[in-house]
Design a protein around this ligand. Structure first.
Ligand code: GLY
Length: 366
């Protein structure tokens, strides 16, 4: 078993998040549960992970003292990331006899780990939880670093808290059953980690064949990618400063995602982030001197891998309005994270409405 990081995520408690690259799931799970010694164990799945991943978890716990647990199942996809679903989880915990000393294991993608993390963080003022992400997106981003929450009034992750899972177990065996669209979705966050980290990592990411992914190679890249996030989150767990680097591509990306949500168009988070990266690298080039050759390379990669998000100039005002709701804004001013070059992070960058409209023009024309 290899613990490669331990993040002190709450100044007011002694909870430290351990991230485990899995080699032996039964042993690692037992250690993760033993750390908390819960009186009752609950496992949260969605309708897909209940069928595809829960058998693996049951198997892993079958010879342990934790073989008996309650399963709570919620709908799959981001549309289920609601207050109603959250209430269903609280109800199931209450009816299942959960106490303050119980534990929730979130087995699923980012929706399950975000919503489950929030349910655990608020039930009886907070119970311990473990994340076992089953999608690439959740492995490299959502499950790590303590952000939890739900969507509210058409806005992504509008309500939530920072509260870390006690342990995150990254087991890439779950990627074998993941469809290619979801692999690509997670890969966008890896691309972001490359952009905020270093040239070598970015070059490796741009050269990788994402259409026919070599899972062994991908596994090694996942470990590197999570290490980037871990380094940043350890430095700034509550996003007062450098953690904002992780928002690269997300100001525009969340606006695309929120627009799609309001129009009942289905868009995977990573796709929106990839489109947002193109937009924000354009702003980076015009405002911070990000090299245009890299901008064009990334734009080309994103277009080939993720296609385009269709919208017209009639939607610019709505997209701008959505960006004004971004959680990173201060006093109504839209704050971007931009880059002066690969790994050269510039947080708290402002752009005028005209700059933003020009950015949207570039996106549509690129
Ligand atoms: N997804 C960005 C962060 O965890 O801060």
């Amino acid at each position: 078993m290899y613990y490669f990081c331990s993040i002190k995520i709450q100044d007011t408690s002694s909870v430290e998040q351990q991230i485990v690259i899995s080699r032996n799931l039964p042993a690692e799970l037992t250690v993760a549960i033993d750390r908390v010694q819960p009186d009752r164990l609950f496992v949260l799945t969605d309708v897909n992970t209940r069928d595809l991943c829960l058998p693996v978890l049951r198997d892993a716990l079958s010879a342990s003292k934790y073989q008996s647990f309650n399963v709570i199942t919620i709908g799959a996809s981001d549309e289920a990331k609601t207050l109603d679903t959250l209430a269903e989880v609280w109800t199931a915990l209450g009816e299942g006899g959960a106490t303050r000393h119980s534990m929730l294991i979130n087995l699923g993608g980012g929706m399950v780990t975000d919503l489950g993390g929030f349910a655990a963080s608020t039930f009886k003022r907070g119970i311990a939880y473990v994340n076992i992400p089953t999608t690439l997106l959740a492995m490299v981003d959502a499950s790590v670093g303590g952000k939890t929450g739900i969507n509210f009034r058409g806005l992504k992750n509008e309500i939530g808290v920072f509260n870390a899972a006690s342990t995150v177990i990254l087991d890439t065996q779950f990627l074998q059953t993941l469809d290619t669209q979801n692999i690509r979705s997670g890969y966008a966050e890896m691309l972001k980690h490359g952009l905020i980290s270093d040239e070598a990592m970015l070059v490796e990411l741009l050269a990788f064949d994402i259409f026919q992914p070599d899972l062994e190679h991908l596994k090694a890249m996942v470990a590197k990618s999570v290490a980037v996030k871990e380094r940043i989150v350890t430095e700034d767990p509550h996003e007062h400063g450098i953690r904002k680097a992780l928002n690269l591509g997300h100001t525009a990306g969340h606006a695309f995602e929120s627009l799609a949500l309001q129009e009942n168009r289905t868009v995977l988070h990573g796709y929106a982030v990839a489109w947002g990266l193109v937009c924000e690298l354009y702003l980076s080039a015009t405002r911070c001197g990000f090299p245009t050759t890299r901008l064009h390379q990334v734009s080309q990669f994103v277009k080939e891998t993720y296609g385009m998000f269709p919208f017209t100039c009639k939607e610019y005002d709505r997209l701008y309005e959505l960006m004004t709701h971004d959680k990173k804004n201060t006093a109504g001013i839209i704050n971007f994270t931009l880059l002066g070059g690969v790994g050269d992070i510039r947080i708290n960058q402002q752009a005028s409405k005209d700059d933003i409209f020009e950015m949207l023009d570039y996106y549509r024309e690129s």
